[in-house]
Design a protein around this ligand. Structure first.
Ligand SMILES: Nc1ncnc2c1ncn2[C@@H]1O[C@H](COP(=O)(O)OP(=O)(O)OP(=O)(O)O)[C@@H](O)[C@H]1O
Ligand SMILES: [Mg+2]
Length: 333
């Protein structure tokens, strides 16, 4: 007999569903459209990588979902978390979802760690703001969370100030802070960018481990396609605020159908015959978000451009099951 709550239909209900998400900023120079008609969903236990160059809108997607846009920004569209519409909810209701529902590991640890407070009280406060626990229980939870993110001396770390920790340790503290309320979705914004390669690999390993342990769904934001290979199930490639391609990670690496994705793949460091790593970055500049062009945002930098690319916006269309791309070419060679 099927057990309620374990049927396949139940497990495939998206935990997070984003539809027609736009983010606009009002600036003295005009309106900046940072996110343009974005759509994706995330099911329990799944990791979606959001990949794009600097300025492509990745961070603003996360901030819009959690009600963290700057004052001059506004978001429209729909973001449903566990079936509930959460876009532009009043701060009080969003606060309940931030933390225990969805938590964010910020791009820059120092923006969300208070430099004047020891780590312990910062972690305890994050928990006490959401759950009715005593100070003592919160301190214990903070300590065990630092242990879960493999900080070697959790008790000493609780007494430390942020500046006394290395970059990698601070990032682990940030992850502990995000997880302390046991969220169902973790959004990690460039969790390893500022770190050297070895520390970066360890942070990614840690995220994969925690994802299994805490049964998290994860949105992993990065400008580095190399990062998603070992960590993500699916990948969404963003450019100029729009989705260029979305597919299972293997389809992105082996069957990509978008010139921009191909360009990012070509820019990945690799070992050549002499054993030296080299990169070929995509030439040209990202598009202006102030005066969006009518056609494809990647047109000016695209080796495959032809007439329609200049004038018509390519719709996001299915390539195969679970694989979509926004490109006028039916099939790339
Ligand atoms: N408060 C703001 N006012 C005006 N424009 C903004 C504001 N915040 C962000 N933007 C613009 O929105 C665009 C997208 O920014 P976003 O931070 O999402 O990029 P990103 O993909 O996260 O880049 P990075 O990899 O550098 O973190 C950028 O062009 C940025 O300049
Ligand atoms: Mg960013």
């Amino acid at each position: 007999m099927p057990v309620i709550g374990q049927s396949p239909q139940y497990s495939e209900q998206p935990l997070l569903e984003v539809r027609h998400l736009d983010v606009r900023f009002t600036t003295p120079e005009g309106e900046v459209k940072a996110v343009d008609d974005l759509e994706f969903s995330l099911v329990r236990g799944e990791t979606l990588g959001v990949v794009g160059e600097s300025g492509s809108g990745k961070t603003q997607v996360a901030h819009a979902m959690l009600g963290l846009l700057a004052e001059n920004g506004r978001a429209t569209g729909s973001v449903r978390f566990a079936g509930e519409e959460i876009l532009n909810l009043p701060a009080k209701r969003l606060n309940r979802i931030r933390g225990a529902g969805m938590a964010l590991v910020f791009q820059d640890p120092m923006t969300s760690l208070n430099p004047y407070l020891r780590i312990g009280p910062q972690l305890s406060e994050a928990l006490m703001a959401h759950e009715p626990v005593s100070g003592r229980q919160a301190r214990e939870a903070a300590c065990s969370m630092l242990d879960a993110v493999h900080l070697a001396h959790p008790r000493a770390c609780l007494r430390a100030y942020p500046h006394e920790l290395s970059g990698g340790m601070r990032q682990r503290v940030m992850i502990a802070m995000a997880l302390i309320c046991r969220p169902r979705v973790l959004i990690a914004d460039e969790p390893s960018t500022a770190l050297d390669a070895t520390v970066q690999a360890r942070i990614l390993e840690l995220l994969s481990e925690l994802k299994r342990e805490f049964e998290l769904a994860m949105l992993l934001i990065t400008h580095d396609l190399g990062v998603v290979a070992g960590t993500c199930d699916r990948v969404l490639i963003m450019y100029g605020g729009r989705t260029m391609e979305e597919a299972a990670v293997d389809d992105i690496f082996y069957r990509s159908q978008h010139p921009y994705t191909r360009g990012l793949l070509g820019a990945l460091p690799r070992l050549d015959a002499a054993g030296v790593s080299r990169m070929a970055a995509i030439p040209g500049q990202p598009p202006s978000l102030l005066e969006p062009q009518p056609g494809c945002p990647f047109e000016k930098r695209c080796d495959y451009r032809f007439e329609p690319c200049k004038h018509q916006r390519p719709p996001l269309e299915n390539v195969s099951a679970g694989h979509r791309k926004a490109c006028h070419h039916e099939k790339l060679p």
